[in-house]
Design a protein around this ligand. Sequence first.
Ligand SMILES: [Zn+2]
Length: 179
Amino acid sequence: MWLIDQLTDQVTRDRLSGYYTLSWNRNGQPSGSASIRVVAGVSMTVICQWRSDSSEDLQSMERIVFIENTNCAYGGSRPWFVCPDCGRRVAIVMLQKPTVACRHCLKLTYASCNEDQIDRSWRRRDKIKAKLGGDDKGIYLKPKGMHQRTWQRLRWQHQNAELQGWEWMESRLDALRGL
Ligand SMILES: [Zn+2]
């Protein structure tokens, strides 16, 4: 028998290529860990090991979540996760042992805010980013002919939109965790 940990971690499609790790504790003891390998624009592999209680053997799972890009109306493209269970394109997938899937499949509902608010923040951020001439590596060079003050205002707005997006994410994560 396994228990679903209270903790639900979410991985966003905006992650860049690389390795990420997550770990959990229960009663001060390590109870599980996950390593996540992202190949930007291609896939995310989640390898997770956990123990429901200290007497139990380690359990493990490995899931591959594919990433698809869609073109945006205002230029550029935007990555989505493809839920490994239902095939929906989603902004966020959740790790809830023993699987990784979208909120629909995991039957999670958002108590305090919804996906629209997060998406709106990030759409705003991306729009400003396009004006700023930002590239995927996060490098920004002031476009020729743009006033320094306009540039600074846009940078500030961009940062704000990004922060707002993460704040919505945080509050949603808290709601999921029942905090
Ligand atoms: Zn799904």
